[in-house]
Ligand binder design. Structure first.
Ligand code: 5GP
Ligand code: MG
Length: 200
């Protein structure tokens, strides 16, 4: 195949390299193993952003567990926790089960806080949360994840599961898009809003 323009060229700054992701995943897997091995937990990935993180994380967990996914929709940055809608639900009962919610990034905190509360209300024996990335500067609700991969500054990032207008999810690292690509869309803030509101 002829070598054309590379998606890598769309990235101005790499925030988390593939090598760093490897080390972060090893560390998270060790902590999760210490806490959850032996209780046959349900790992719940939040689609779509967590698909790659989930796949790499579970390959490092050498104990029995169940893999599930949920998809939620929120309505922009002002979303209150109660306004989150589940558009794809679990395929199993979680009453009495130990749950680990796995998401790509903890931003305002609304998504993980709301999902954790919903699973608790369904009678889960315990609900823990894990995020690959954490932007503490953006937190709108008092919520911290139990397992945090990397704390990053308040920048809109793509790659390793995270998208901008449905693209760039499959980059194997986390980076910041070149600003021209936002400007080309002539509507950065509404695009960002749309990304957030269509897929929590
Ligand atoms: P929260 O409910 O914590 O505000 O939102 C978390 C969700 O917002 C993430 O799962 C992700 O889908 C989206 N999000 C937050 N920050 C970013 C970002 O920097 N880049 C991308 N692509 N999505 C983000
Ligand atoms: Mg998400």
């Amino acid at each position: 195949m002829a070598s054309g323009p590379s998606l890598r060229d769309d990235i101005s700054d790499v925030i988390v390299t593939e090598e760093q992701l490897d080390a972060v995943l090893d560390r998270l897997a060790a902590s999760i193993t210490a806490d959850l091995a032996g209780c046959d937990p349900v790992l719940v990935g939040v689609l779509t952003g967590a698909f790659m993180f989930m796949a790499d994380l579970v390959r490092r967990l050498d104990f029995p567990l169940q893999i599930e996914f949920m998809r939620a929709r929120s309505y922009g940055e002002d979303t209150r926790a109660g306004e989150l809608t589940i558009v794809m639900d679990l395929s199993c009962e979680i009453a009495g089960r130990h749950v680990l919610l796995v998401d790509d990034i903890l931003d305002s905190g609304h998504t993980l806080a709301a999902l954790a509360r919903i699973l608790q209300q369904r009678g889960a024996a315990s609900v823990r949360t894990c995020c690959l990335l954490d932007k503490p500067a953006r937190r709108a609700v008092a919520f911290e994840a139990d397992y945090v991969g990397v704390r990053i500054p308040d920048r809109f990032v793509v790659g390793y599961g995270l998208d901008y207008a449905h693209h760039h999810r499959h980059l194997p690292f986390v980076g910041v898009l070149r600003p021209e690509l936002y400007r080309d869309q002539h509507q950065e803030s509404s695009q960002r809003h749309e990304v957030r509101s269509s897929d929590a």
